[in-house]
Design a binder for this molecule. Structure first.
Ligand code: FAD
Length: 290
């Protein structure tokens, strides 16, 4: 199928894009990599009278920026660019770990990090990744700029804190403290498919014990779900295999997924148990090398 007719806009600057958004509001949608938006339009699941293609707003928006304490991912950084960026992989390895499991390379060549975050698919990998990091979202409109904490950004299935006239211009992540390791594990029916469930983990070790732990699951709730009871359970422990098993069981009791044509709720709960154990086991192995 083909999309319903729309007017195509190709602004050359951020200001021009924001001015179009202000004028067109609900009738317009931003086109970034197009890897989620175009299939939805082609299937006529929705329609918009105007598409604002931001791909020409400038190279400056296309590469991650790192300084001594933060990593900033501007709006046009492709998923594949981030996956292959050695500095990003060294500073915040969970991006690379998760991106390798997002769709297929052809899709990652075009799809953007910010596009995936703005789209907020509950089964997507990247929203759960940023949920275990100290992340803030910079949002711009012709009214000005504001920052949104990750805890407030994802609001519901495909719904974020973005207003119709706002654009996500970058996501900024604070570099984790020394002694931090990360892991990302998911289960998908076929390689490249959306995950039935996924778990992101960031674990900080101090003197051989877990001093901080963040876990987030994807595919089991309308937004990424932090697994706080499991996090609390392992904090202070030396992350033995029995601590990992107990955390998996605890996490599976924290989630309340729904059944759909892809998996039952019970299956998804069991996946969360297994994936938490895998992610924490992975973190424990990395912790031994610190
Ligand atoms: C076959 C296939 C398999 C896939 N598998 C996976 C998968 O396993 N995991 C996964 O996470 N994703 C998957 N995807 C989706 C892919 O990762 C998309 O690239 C991503 O979800 C959206 O990024 P995009 O840049 O293509 O955004 P677009 O498709 O251009 O936009 C998506 C939505 O976000 C909005 N948007 C985009 N950028 C901004 C911005 N800067 N500010 C405000 N709003 C914005 C758009 O208006 C639109 O509503 C798959 C896609 C395909 C086609």
């Amino acid at each position: 199928m083909k999309p319903a007719p729309f007017v195509y806009h190709a602004p050359r600057s951020l200001e021009e894009a924001l001015s179009l958004l202000a004028d067109l509001g609900d009738d317009a949608k931003i086109l970034a990599g197009g890897q989620s938006l175009m299939p939805i339009l082609n299937f006529r699941l929705t329609r918009f009278d105007h598409l604002i293609d931001i791909n020409r707003i400038g190279d400056w928006y296309g590469a991650p920026r790192l300084d001594s304490s933060t990593v900033t991912i501007p709006t046009l950084v492709r998923q594949r660019t981030a996956e292959r960026d050695p500095a990003l992989a060294s500073a915040v390895p969970i991006f690379q770990q998760a991106l390798r499991q997002v769709a297929h390379p052809q899709i990652r060549n075009r799809g953007t990090i910010c596009g995936s975050l703005a789209h907020a698919d509950p089964a997507a990998e990247l929203p759960s990744v940023v949920s275990v990091l100290d992340s803030t979202f910079t949002v711009a409109s012709s009214r000005g700029k504001r920052t949104v904490d990750v805890a407030d950004f994802f609001q519901f299935h495909l719904t974020t804190a973005l207003e119709p006239d706002e654009m996500l211009t970058e996501v900024t992540v604070r570099k984790p403290p020394p002694g931090t390791v990360m892991a990302f594990h998911e289960f998908a029916t076929r390689k490249g498919d959306f995950a039935l469930a996924a778990v992101a983990a960031s674990v900080t070790f101090t003197d051989g014990k877990v001093s901080a732990c963040r876990l987030a699951a994807a595919g089991v709730a309308p937004t990424p779900q932090r697994l706080t009871a499991a996090e609390n359970l392992v904090t202070g422990s030396s992350l033995t295999s029995s601590a990992c098993s107990a955390a998996g069981e605890t996490a599976s009791g924290e989630v309340d997924p729904t059944s759909d044509i892809h998996a039952t709720a019970d299956h998804r709960r069991k996946l969360v148990d297994a994936l938490v154990q895998r992610a924490l086991g992975d973190a424990a192995r990395q912790g031994e090398d610190l």
